[in-house]
Design a protein around this ligand. Structure first.
Ligand SMILES: [Zn+2]
Length: 416
């Protein structure tokens, strides 16, 4: 119950429930530890950092006393360690990154989780990914890891998360990338990753999960002088914060909204441009400053469909096609847009290759080894639309077309 309330962002309620809970002296220490962790997360979500600071040493001590052993204990222990690490990371940042003891403790926590996972002592892949990603971000903030390393490493974590279908974890990795690129003033990447984060959080996260990427995007917009957009997404973030009744978060967003107004006034008084006419503030163009809309604003479109967020969209169309039981829906115009139209005797087929440039994609045409399968599939489909075809022959053709297309997808997958 408590965990459910936490998942939907009702942190005040979580705290009330925990306060009511009477710990039995004989209670297993792992249950106490678990409750304290939930309390820590709730306090952190509510920005009650004074109480967070009080709770951290106690939780550290408690988690250290529990040995790695039974799988239940292990899951709670690594979960607590990860939450402690996240909390310490925030406290370190709030303190200007100078508290070396906190930094060392935090790194120790992450390293231990990584080590026990790699030694097969724990099996919680989410905890492992979390520790990897958070460790990288901490090192980055400490200036101990270069930019390229960070992005590559987060992408590695991202791939693993995608592989096990941990979409909330994927959203988390996008969030880390968005923050990283915002710090680098690479707004194009920052916008794209924030938007991906938002799409996934809308689908799989809680209201609270949505507030962070929306606020992040609003900050990016503000830096890019996209005032009305910045306000729009901040107001949306505010609505979600209100839904989960997180007044501290509401205050933060209101403060941010005020900052947007002040910034807009300031720009106006200096005779600067906002919105469409704003100059892109990124550092990609040196002296030749471009307009935002022609620069980082290029990544500012909506990722309405989830499949556009996660993978090369053209592959999905084939799987959709094969899964589609109602063959009358097969649309040849649709097919043509994914396959380059061929002359009768042409053997080579071009595929679109979507090359991910970080957050956004560039599209290239790619000569494909699967051309024979494609031609046969295309031929079969062409025969299939003949109106006089009897149902049995039709069924055979559909089946063979599907097989051809499946083979084609397999060959494409192996090439990408
Ligand atoms: Zn730019």
């Amino acid at each position: 119950m408590v965990q459910h309330y936490q998942a939907i962002g009702k942190d005040k309620l979580v705290l009330e429930l925990i306060e009511k809970y009477k710990f039995d002296e004989s209670e297993h220490s792992i249950i106490k530890l678990w409750y304290k962790m939930i309390k820590l997360i709730a306090l952190r979500n509510l920005y009650s950092f004074e109480k967070v600071i009080e709770l951290v040493p106690e939780l550290l001590e408690m988690s250290r006393r529990i040995e790695w052993g039974s799988s239940n204990n292990n899951t709670v222990k690594s979960g607590v360690m990860l939450e402690l690490g996240k909390t310490l990371s925030i406290l370190i940042q709030m303190d200007g990154g100078k508290n070396q003891l906190a930094i060392d403790t935090c790194l120790e926590l992450y390293d231990e989780i990584i080590e026990v996972y790699e030694k097969n002592i724990i099996h919680d892949i989410d905890h492992y990914h979390g520790a990897l990603g958070n460790k990288l971000m901490l090192l980055k903030k400490q200036g101990k890891s270069n930019s390229i390393n960070i992005v590559d490493s987060i992408h590695e974590v991202l791939k693993k998360k995608l592989y096990v279908g941990n979409l909330q974890g994927v959203a988390n990795a996008y969030s880390m990338l968005a923050t990283h690129f915002l710090n680098e003033k690479d707004y194009k990447q920052a916008i794209a990753y924030s938007k991906k984060d938002i799409v996934l959080s809308r689908e799989y996260g809680s209201y609270l999960d949505l507030v962070k990427p929306l606020l992040n995007l609003s900050i990016i917009y503000l830096e890019c002088r996209q005032i009305s957009q910045a306000k729009k997404v901040a107001r949306e973030a505010l609505q979600f914060a209100e839904k989960v009744k997180n007044s501290e978060l509401e205050d933060r967003i209101k403060h941010h909204l005020m900052r947007i107004d002040e910034e807009a006034k300031l720009i106006n008084s200096e005779g600067g441009y906002i919105g469409k006419n704003a100059i892109c503030p990124c550092n990609s163009n040196g002296e030749n400053k471009k307009l935002y809309v022609e620069c980082c604003g290029e990544a500012d479109y909506d990722y309405e469909e989830l499949k556009n967020v996660l993978a090369s969209p053209e592959l999905f169309h084939y799987t959709d096609l094969i899964r589609n039981d109602d063959v009358s829906n097969i649309n040849f115009d649709n097919l043509k847009s994914y396959l380059k139209p061929l002359d009768e005797k042409e053997v080579r087929v071009s595929w679109l290759e979507i090359v991910s440039k970080g957050a956004y994609q560039e599209i290239y045409e790619l000569a494909d080894m699967a051309s024979l399968n494609l031609i046969s599939a295309k031929q079969l489909l062409k025969d299939f639309v003949h109106p006089d075809l009897d149902p049995e022959a039709e069924a055979v053709i559909i089946k063979e077309t599907s097989i051809s297309l499946s083979i084609c997808i397999l060959s494409v997958n192996s090439q990408l």
